[in-house]
Design a protein around this ligand. Sequence first.
Ligand SMILES: Nc1ncnc2c1ncn2[C@@H]1O[C@H](COP(=O)(O)OP(=O)(O)O)[C@@H](O)[C@H]1O
Ligand SMILES: [Mg+2]
Length: 251
Amino acid sequence: MTRIVGVVSGKGGVGKTTLVSNLGVSMAQEGKKVAVIDANLSGANLGLQFGLISYPTSVHDVMRGNTTIGDAMYKHPSGVDIIPASLSIEDLDVEPRNIKREILDNLSDKDFVLIDCATGLDRETMVALEMCDEVLLVTHPELPTISDALRTKTIAKRYDKNIIGIVLNRVNRGDELKKENISAFFDLPVIGVIPEDHFVRKSIEAKNPIILEYPRHRVSREIKRITHYMLGKEYKHKEGLLDRILSFFRI
Ligand SMILES: Nc1ncnc2c1ncn2[C@@H]1O[C@H](COP(=O)(O)OP(=O)(O)O)[C@@H](O)[C@H]1O
Ligand SMILES: [Mg+2]
């Protein structure tokens, strides 16, 4: 059965799109069939992280009923199927529409459909939430972002979504709020702690998810840990000498 997972947050810029692109590749590397959908209709950028810049059809056309989701899908060399949103400002006026039926009809061969959701509590976000069955909540380990994420958690619960857990992103050693505090605060497991690292930006600029660009990087390892958690598998990574050297040079 296809698992439709929405990646949500309270605030924008916390790392949802980066998580969706990397998690998609990581799941494909685990042999899963994966599609990623950009449901951030007014702030599309998921395709860009894969180097997908120009495309004739997008999720906007699917929402308008002009095309099927299968016709707005582009294959990345990693095996991930990308359903991008339009980058054109002409498309900003599209009425968000729940396309869950299309997902179920056209993407039933996928193990996972990952949805890069919009931020905020407006209709665009609600429509994205309606499409999925489960959600992953991404936040920074700082109070204002957490309090917004808590509101999103309440809404996801109201929509009856299964909340898989929290992903903490851009974590620094000196952060005051620790994983355990945040887990208790949300009453949810923290399934990944992704460090703040400039190699994330370097990979975005290279238009290649970090898990492909720097597979041994500590951010990539954390993505793999989250993937394993979602697949119900144990993640065993014994840090070797090379990892320690790379980590010393912050690579
Ligand atoms: N772990 C990280 N370390 C450093 N920078 C990051 C990290 N995660 C994301 N970023 C930066 O934050 C920006 C916003 O991330 P993005 O995934 O687009 O967030 P969202 O989709 O939630 O708006 C990215 O362009 C990237 O430069
Ligand atoms: Mg985004």
